[in-house]
Design a protein around this ligand. Structure first.
Ligand code: TXA
Ligand code: MG
Length: 349
């Protein structure tokens, strides 16, 4: 299959292209599209055959449920039931935006879309191209991140093409995703809401709206062997080809340690990548150094993280050393991805 790539701009969204993309979904095909978090691989959420195609295109295990994307708040009541007061408040405060909520599902949603679960994950993106596309496709678009299973999520149309070219009908190119990390996921299907995946909508932001909130133990203590409640969180996601190690500690100690580790590895004939920040990028003497942006602008760090991991795959480095971001306000979201990519390899200095 030939994958068409269609460039769109946000000032005047070309509705002919949007309609064409919507038609592909209505006919059971797949279209990757931009959202403010990462690119999504979209199919008709109400068509079980489309969900099967999504799993096949990604090479994703089919027990891993998909998020259903909507463009109109009222549509949530068609696919979800028993919507709690807390959930209503979260939707009011953060939709449209990077927050996914998990509800008991209605019969409209086929089990294939939810990996056989009786709950459904729902998200209403704020990206206007995503919203227009969802409406054109009939209102309910299931979409995992548009990457091959096991690779970092995609934040540009080029990255989507790297992973999915020839496997899907179309890619809508809206440029670089502005957030760069997947949505926060909160399970509101039980009595107490629980955060299953941290994102840029932080615990503190949500607690300001609904009061105390729990986080899934598997997110807080990933080594504990506790089974995560979001099935997808158990897989080793976001894995770069090179062995990634996070170096944590005071800035000066981290710089010294990374320089020493790089030198040691290069002596052994290894090619080294370094994930740095604008504040430190000039302090590394050897290796291939990539800055994610300024620590003082956390949104730059999140925006460039997956891009950096992918770019190191192309440069064929053998190992990567990364600075740590545990002190950022969105540090839990960034570190959750970085730690997974590192297989939880951390050196404290
Ligand atoms: O920002 C995002 O959320 C992006 C964009 C495209 O919207 N999507 C995304 O989808 O990250 P995906 O499939 O890569 O991650 C969805 C996560 C998986 O870990 C999955 O297991 C979990 O959500 N999930 C989906 N439905 C669920 C459910 N009913 N119960 C528990 N976890 C669920
Ligand atoms: Mg994903």
């Amino acid at each position: 299959m030939e994958t068409q790539i269609k460039k769109l701009n946000y000032e005047t969204i070309n509705m002919n292209i949007i309609e064409e993309a919507g038609k592909i979904l209505k006919e059971g095909g797949l279209v990757a599209f931009p959202t403010e978090t990462v690119y999504g691989l979209g199919g008709d959420a109400l068509n079980p055959v489309s969900s099967e195609k999504i799993y096949a295109a990604k090479g994703r295990p089919s027990d891993n449920p998909l998020i259903v994307h909507i463009a109109d708040k009222s549509h949530v009541y068609q696919i979800a039931k028993k919507i709690s007061k807390e959930a209503e408040k979260l939707m009011e405060a953060f939709w449209p935006g990077p927050l996914t909520l998990i509800f008991p599902k209605t019969d409209l949603v086929p089990p294939k879309t939810t990996g056989g679960l009786d709950t459904v994950a729902v998200r209403m993106p704020r990206d206007p191209i995503a919203a227009a596309f969802i409406r054109a496709a009939g209102g309910f678009v299931s979409a995992p991140s548009a990457n091959a299973s096991g690779r970092p999520s995609t934040t540009t149309a080029e990255h989507v093409a790297e992973d999915l070219d020839g496997r899907i009908e179309m890619i809508l190119d809206g440029g670089q995703a502005v957030i760069g990390l997947e949505s926060t996921i909160v399970d509101v299907s039980q009595e107490k809401p629980v955060i299953l995946r941290p994102g840029v909508i932080t615990k503190a932001m949500m607690e300001a709206v609904i009061g105390p909130l729990e986080t899934d133990q598997a997110v807080i203590a990933p080594d504990s062997g506790i089974k995560p409640k979001a099935p997808g969180m158990k897989y080793r996601h976001y894995a770069p080809k090179a062995e990634l190690t996070i170096v944590e500690g005071e800035t000066e100690a981290v710089i010294a340690a990374v320089n020493r580790l790089t030198e040691e590895a290069e002596t052994k004939g290894k090619k080294v990548g370094i994930i740095a920040t604008d504040e430190t990028v000039n302090r590394y003497e050897k290796g291939l150094v990539q800055s994610l942006g300024a620590r003082s602008h956390e949104d730059e760090i999140s925006m460039h993280l997956f891009e950096a991991l992918r770019s190191f795959d192309e440069t064929d480095v053998d190992c990567i050393y990364s600075e740590s971001f545990e002190n950022a306000a969105i540090g839990q979201a960034i570190m959750n991805r970085l730690l997974k990519a590192a297989g939880y390899r951390v050196i404290e200095v």
